[in-house]
Design a protein around this ligand. Structure first.
Ligand SMILES: Cc1cc2nc3c(=O)[nH]c(=O)nc-3n(C[C@H](O)[C@H](O)[C@H](O)COP(=O)(O)OP(=O)(O)OC[C@H]3O[C@@H](n4cnc5c(N)ncnc54)[C@H](O)[C@@H]3O)c2cc1C
Length: 398
């Protein structure tokens, strides 16, 4: 196994760097690096730049406008984009529903939806979870009943990330109650403007409107919006989840956050000396750095096995657990580093153009917000406990 980059991969890295030097808008990078709020417009502006470069749909086949990067190229992109302050890609259209449409959708669905995802015309959200169906997703109850050329949908989805911006939602719905739970689920594409849909915000710990509840009351969905076959949605749903879990470890993001933490700890003083030189604090940083280095190598190891024709299996669950624990540990150390400034929260400081008085010169508000927001990392994409169940079964054979 060779974990070093080849000449071609190094050339690709140079190309990525040249592109980011030239095309990444400075205001957007400043927001990402300063952990500030990004608007819908920021995301759309950056997506357009990526699309023009042909680098937006890295998982898609070339015939549909994708670029088919190798796993190593994707890894290089993740590392470099985290370092430069590239906004995270909103995955629901490009990385989640698109692979399902490409694999299981009909020609008309491909012709209709894929170009609109590439152009940014459609903003998708994910309608999987329900109040009684999270880890146990197959127990979902949102009902779709066929009436002529339509399904009539009734029920509720929850935790719908950025659903307030979306004009399309892909939903798992129950089309059959007579069979085993997994066998009566279908995959529907629903226009959010259809009468009967209500979106209500859920405000998270740090005061953000990032997630929503979505209610469906007698919503009429044309049957041509069914993906694949009726009652076969569980297969498509699981296929999508393999895409969702890819990249959740966030190694590149942790590297960027760790270097920010070190810089912060070198400025903050404890007993007149930089916090970074405090034995207890520097030991904590060292522990996290060792874990991150090990996780980075595991990530490369998994990439190398995929390059060699393998399929990422339970190792990605291991990486999700470890990677998200590391990200939360770095957030926790940043919270400790800013000390008392982590407590009072000035929401306006999250805006890049805030010109009021700052609580501290340490970017305290965004760091606190990030600490709270990233509690989600060990919950979504399959909670860490569920990932541990997978590891215990598949790797440890328990
Ligand atoms: C910020 C955020 C954004 C999200 N965005 C979306 C979205 O856009 N679309 C969407 O559909 N969903 C979304 N989700 C939902 C997410 O997928 C679920 O929260 C997740 O699957 C967990 O389900 P739950 O919240 O119902 O918790 P539960 O499944 O009720 O779990 C509660 C606790 O019990 C543990 N647990 C459950 N079952 C087991 C088991 N068998 N063994 C051991 N422990 C277990 C869990 O790990 C957890 O700690 C989002 C969630 C969050 C927090």
């Amino acid at each position: 196994m060779n974990l070093n980059y080849t000449e071609e991969e190094l050339a690709f890295r140079d190309e990525v760097r040249a592109f980011l030097d030239k095309k990444l808008p400075a205001d957007i990078a400043a927001k990402v690096k300063g952990f500030r709020r990004l608007s819908k417009e920021d995301h759309q502006r950056w997506q357009k730049i990526l699309s023009e470069q042909g680098w937006y749909a890295t998982h898609w086949p070339v015939e549909h406008g994708g670029v088919e990067w190798s796993p190593v190229q994707k890894h290089i992109w993740d590392e470099e984009s985290s370092r430069y302050g590239v906004p995270r890609s909103i995955p629901f259209g490009v990385n989640m529903v698109a692979p399902v449409i490409i694999r299981f959708g009909n020609e008309e669905q491909k012709q209709t939806y894929l170009p609109r995802i590439l152009s940014g015309e459609d903003w998708w959200c994910q309608g999987y979870s329900e109040p009684g169906a999270g880890s146990d997703l197959a127990s979902l109850k949102t009902r779709a009943v066929r009436e002529g050329d339509h399904y009539i949908v009734n029920g509720q989805k929850t935790w719908t990330t950025l659903g307030q911006h979306a004009n399309m939602i892909f939903c798992l719905v129950r089309t059959n109650t007579e069979v085993k739970a997994q066998e009566g689920i279908s995959f529907l594409l629903i226009d959010m403007d259809t009468p009967g849909i209500t979106v209500r915000p859920i405000i998270t710990l740090e005061g953000e409107h990032e997630v929503n509840e979505v209610f469906f009351e007698d919503v009429k969905v044309p049957v041509e919006n069914l993906v694949g076959e009726e009652d076969k949605g569980w297969t498509y749903a699981k296929y999508l989840l393999t895409y969702e879990r890819t990249g959740l470890a966030g190694i590149g993001l942790s590297k960027a956050a760790l270097s920010h933490l070190k810089e912060l700890a070198s400025r903050r003083l404890k007993n007149g000396r930089p916090l970074l030189e405090d034995p207890t604090f520097s030991q904590r940083i060292a522990e996290v750095e060792i874990d991150l280095t090990a996780a980075g190598i595991s990530n490369l190891r998994i990439i190398a096995s995929v390059e060699g024709g393998g399929v990422p299996g339970a190792e990605s669950s291991m990486l999700k657990v470890k990677g998200t624990e590391i990200r939360q540990a770095i957030n926790d150390l940043a919270r400790r580093a800013i000390g008392p400034y982590a407590l009072p929260f000035v929401e306006e400081e999250l805006e890049l153009d805030y010109d009021g008085e700052f609580l501290s010169d340490e970017n305290a508000a965004p760091l606190s917000a990030q600490y709270f927001n990233n509690r989600k990392l060990s919950i979504f994409g399959g909670s860490n406990e569920i990932q541990k169940n997978i590891v215990s079964k598949m790797i440890l054979g328990l």
